[in-house]
Write a protein that binds this ligand. Structure first.
Ligand code: FES
Length: 156
């Protein structure tokens, strides 16, 4: 089993909050992604299926439905750039180009040094402060070239 025992113990507590064990699957997927390298591997999906008494394809169905779950390895840092209408109208394409240039990562890919993954995402609910991106789970809004350079330059 690839699931660490501390996560299993955490899930044992988590499922007590739900009428059906499987109702905690999404939270478990989040915890796996957060604690196991930023993505959810096929082995982890199989282990989750066993834990939740589901078929592996059911876990894959949930994990692949939600765009916040990553099913491929990612870099140490992930920049998720919103490219929906509000952000697009306020310069998302320029944000994408600048982030890719500064990180050396292709869009929807990872830099050769493994430090950065850059992706687009659908509306993140921060339209009033477009354009925006999410860097490792933290929103950065009202982006311009200077702000982007400063944010990315501060990342170790
Ligand atoms: S369109 Fe970008 S946050 Fe809504």
């Amino acid at each position: 089993m690839a699931l660490p025992q501390d996560l299993v113990r955490e899930f044992d507590e988590l499922v007590k909050n739900y009428p059906e064990k499987r109702a905690a699957l999404i939270l478990a997927l989040h915890r796996c992604q957060e604690t196991m390298g930023g993505w959810i591997s096929p082995d982890i999906m199989e282990d989750l299926a066993a834990y939740f008494a589901l078929e592996p394809v059911e876990v894959y169905g949930v994990a692949s439905f939600y765009p916040m779950f990553r099913l491929r390895p990612v870099g140490k840092h992930v920049v998720s750039i919103c490219h929906n209408i509000s952000c697009d109208l306020r310069g998302a394409q320029d944000v994408i180009a600048q982030v890719c240039k500064l990180t050396g990562a292709p869009l929807h890919g990872t830099s050769q040094d493994g430090k950065w993954t850059v992706a687009t995402v659908e509306c993140a609910g921060a339209c009033a402060n477009a354009p925006m991106f999410d860097l490792d789970g933290v929103y950065h809004e009202d982006l311009d070239a200077e702000k982007i350079a400063k944010i990315l330059g501060a990342v170790k």
